[in-house]
Unconditional design. Structure first.
Length: 395
């Protein structure tokens, strides 16, 4: 009697153990084998040595299972500076039907993004940065309705960003910087997009005022060939804390309201922005770079609370506000670049001591700079703008 109870107990135990260490789904097992065959460790990397298919793949480095399915695949040794992997991403990745997370460390993975990635309906996180992925972004990635993070930065991707990818409903982070993407910026429909980084590509065309959701906090479109006005777009993006539109061909006005957003770094240099910058509030953005545009009018005294202010290479005229000079001499402004404008005067004692950590450049304006200050090399050697230019400008 007593011994049969023990047998029942042991049977239950065995069943329990069997359930916990479920055997990996054979489809996932075969997919991992194909993925392994297309990859190699770079010299100095030992990531794939643990991938011995006579043991349980759920114990391999970078493989995470839930029950009998692979749910996360982190390919390559994640330690900083570790050499990555070479080879290709096998289309069999698309067979890991429960995969929620796929990442690859920086390395030398070549070839295209497998179109089969679009089968991964649970995928939430896809990050393959700093490799040599080439070809187009498959439009079918627009099927990944749960995708929140897409980072394919620092690769060799070409073609345009598919509209279907911009329409992904759950996107929060979208990073495609440093590729060779062309065409226009798609419309983004996710209401939870917070980070969009497309800098260093070859994107062109104008941007629709409704192309980005107001949830966006970090926006970089720098180093492209984008054109057109952005004032109607920017006034909607009042959560911005970082904005870099530099090195494009944007034109039109800079909306004054932009300067009231919680931005810590505003980079609008090297565009074709024009008009006066009519501020209504004291600017509390630490770094403001508006250099190399076509801005004109007076320099607003409300800029005096900026720490690094680049207004050089524009068409500003009038006198430099006393509040800027005060803050500079007090060491609160560290950079005040006003060179290459049409400014006609500045209230500063010629013997005033500019704090060592601060820089003031006044070169090439419609005045003789009253103080000798070191300017960046690019400002040239000419202290004053030729009188003919100054007279023409005043009309
Ligand atoms: C984005 O949406 C606007 C307004 O619906 C539309 O005019 C524009 O063509 C769209 N842009 C792209 C790239 O599809």
């Amino acid at each position: 009697m007593g011994s049969s109870y023990i047998w029942v107990f042991l049977l239950l135990q065995c069943k329990f153990i069997f359930l916990v260490s479920a055997i990996l789904d054979p489809v996932d097992f075969l997919a991992l084998q194909s993925i392994r065959k297309s990859l190699d460790d770079m010299p100095g990397s030992n990531f794939l040595t643990s991938w011995d298919f006579t043991s349980d793949p759920c114990n391999f480095a970078g493989v995470y299972c839930d029950g009998n399915k692979v749910i996360a695949l982190n390919l390559g040794d994640p330690r900083a500076g570790a050499p990555g992997l070479s080879g290709r991403l096998d289309p069999a990745i698309g067979k890991l039907s429960a995969l929620a997370e796929l990442s690859v460390v920086p390395g030398r993975i070549m070839g295209r993004l497998p179109g089969t990635l679009s089968n991964l309906k649970n995928l939430r996180f896809l990050a393959i940065s700093r490799n040599f992925i080439s070809g187009d972004i498959p439009a079918s990635l627009g099927d990944l309705r749960n995708l929140k993070t897409l980072d394919l930065s620092y690769n060799q991707l070409t073609g345009s960003i598919p509209n279907s990818v911009g329409s992904l409903p759950a996107l929060t982070i979208f990073i495609l910087c440093h590729n060779k993407l062309s065409g226009s910026v798609p419309n983004f429909s996710s209401r939870s997009l917070t980070r969009l980084d497309l800098k260093h590509n070859d994107l062109s065309g104008s941007i629709s005022p409704v192309s980005l959701p107001p949830s966006i906090q970090y926006l970089s479109l720098s180093w492209n060939r984008l054109t057109g006005p952005v004032d109607r777009l920017l006034i909607r993006l009042n959560q911005l804390n970082y904005l870099d539109l530099s090195l494009n061909q944007f034109n039109g006005y800079i909306p004054p309201r932009l300067f009231t957003f919680p931005i810590s770094n505003l980079q609008l240099q090297r565009n074709q922005f024009c008009g006066p910058v009519q501020l209504v509030n004291q600017v509390t953005i630490p770094t403001v770079d508006l250099s190399y545009n076509r801005l004109w009018g007076q320099v607003s005294p409300l800029f005096s609370t900026v720490q690094n202010l680049y207004l050089n290479n524009n068409r500003f005229s009038g006198r430099v506000p006393a509040s800027l000079v005060d803050r500079l001499l007090g060491g609160n402004i560290q950079i005040l670049y006003l060179q290459h404008n049409y400014l006609t005067g500045i209230e500063i004692n010629p013997t005033a001591e500019i704090p060592l950590r601060s820089s003031l450049c006044l070169q090439y304006n419609c005045m003789v700079p009253p103080v000798e200050t070191p300017c960046p090399l690019k400002a040239g050697t000419q202290k004053t703008r030729p009188a003919t230019q100054c007279n023409e400008y005043r009309g």
